[in-house]
Design a protein around this ligand. Structure first.
Ligand SMILES: CC(C)(COP(=O)(O)OP(=O)(O)OC[C@H]1O[C@@H](n2cnc3c(N)ncnc32)[C@H](O)[C@@H]1OP(=O)(O)O)[C@@H](O)C(=O)NCCC(=O)NCCS
Length: 181
């Protein structure tokens, strides 16, 4: 298990092949996918087959989404971190997208904010990003609040095949300034 970093309550680690069942449980909850344009997974096997591609990104780009575990009891509660977006999105291409997805029993406890704040720090300090981007369905109030709490700036919205999506960004210089104040 490769640990990326720890926060007060969380371990952020690389995903591995043993996470197939965790990811299946996460994405099988319709409420988790409510604001996400993805079909629920058909099988654990299907997820396991896709994992090697996701895991290779750690070596190829230095990052990809990471698993979140509770320090308290090692339970898998979801994922956070960055994905390199290589297809044009709202006029941008080849940028780190911040994302997170938690299992419902763990919502409302500050875990998304705690893991996203630490991911942003890691993104600027270790991965040396210039700008971090994120997006969320305009109705996804929980995600909107997490991003604002992390200091991300709302830069308007765009149309994604009929869905209105908010677009956020945070520049390293702005983030550094906020650390000093
Ligand atoms: C969005 C999500 C990550 C939020 O996780 P969380 O752990 O509940 O977030 P936090 O506990 O850190 O809460 C951050 C803030 O958002 C608020 N919030 C959380 N869910 C909310 C909701 N559905 N409506 C309004 N506010 C909400 C919290 O009250 C908190 O605000 P506060 O500090 O002022 O009280 C979680 O609901 C989730 O995984 N959803 C499914 C996947 C998803 O939508 N991912 C994001 C895609 S863009």
């Amino acid at each position: 298990m490769k640990i990326i970093f720890k926060t007060e309550r969380l371990i952020i680690r690389e995903l591995n092949l043993n996470d197939a069942e965790n990811l299946f449980r996460l994405d099988s909850d319709p409420e988790v996918l409510k604001y996400i344009d993805e079909e629920p997974p058909k099988s654990v096997e299907g997820i396991r087959e896709g994992l090697p591609f996701a895991i290779r990104q750690y070596e190829e780009h230095g990052y990809n989404r990471w698993a979140i575990e509770l320090i308290e009891d090692s339970s898998f509660i979801g994922w956070t971190g960055f994905r390199l977006i290589t297809k044009e999105r709202n006029g941008y291409i080849n940028f780190p997208d911040l994302g997170y997805r938690l299992m419902k029993p763990y919502w409302g406890k500050g875990y998304a904010t705690e893991s996203a704040l630490a991911s942003i720090r890691y993104g600027f300090e270790v991965l040396d990003f210039e700008t971090i981007y994120a997006e969320a369905d305009i109705n996804n109030l929980g995600s909107h609040k997490v991003l604002l709490k992390c200091g991300m700036q709302l830069d308007g919205s765009f149309d994604d095949e009929g869905y209105k999506v908010n677009w956020y960004s945070l520049k390293k210089a702005v983030w550094l300034g906020a650390q000093d104040s």
